[in-house]
Design a protein around this ligand. Structure first.
Ligand code: HEM
Length: 113
């Protein structure tokens, strides 16, 4: 738990950084949950289990609703506030994983047909 909470430590004195850190971490966790539920729906479809697939898609929608709502944590952040802490995160390495890469891995084992 200490390790988990330490990930919320800010790098600047800008108060808005906390909301940014918390929202990105919440979203990353939800990306995993949505991906897992999409993959379960895909697997159910491949097994011709349509009711099972629909149940997993409904669960995925519930997670996606929470994911969409989590943007609310950032609605009151101004560009000036963002720019006060953004440089503290440094440049993104060209080799770093991205959300897009992570999401596209959903289809790596079984491409959409
Ligand atoms: C109001 C909130 C946000 C603003 C203003 C913002 C702004 C930006 C900007 C300007 C970039 C491109 C340049 C750079 O690296 O600075 C960027 C990249 C990125 N942002 Fe955000 N962002 C926001 C929220 C988020 C959140 C919540 C996440 C994750 C859940 C996120 C994930 C990313 C990622 C992964 C990239 C790199 C994309 C790539 O690989 O090309 N951002 N963001």
């Amino acid at each position: 738990m200490d390790t988990l909470l330490s990930l919320q430590n800010t790098r600047t004195d800008e108060p808005a950084e906390t909301a940014f850190i918390v929202s990105t971490q919440v979203m990353e966790l939800l990306f995993t949950l949505v991906q897992q539920r999409w993959e379960a729906a895909r697997d159910a479809m491949e097994a011709d289990d349509v009711p099972g697939a629909l149940a997993w898609l409904r669960r995925a929608c519930n997670a996606q609703d929470v994911l969409n709502a989590s943007w609310g944590l950032l609605t009151d952040m101004t560009p000036t506030e963002f720019n006060r802490f953004r440089p503290a995160f440094g440049e993104r390495p060209a080799s770093s994983p991205t959300v897009t890469a992570n999401w596209s891995s959903c289809w790596e084992t079984s491409p959409p047909r």
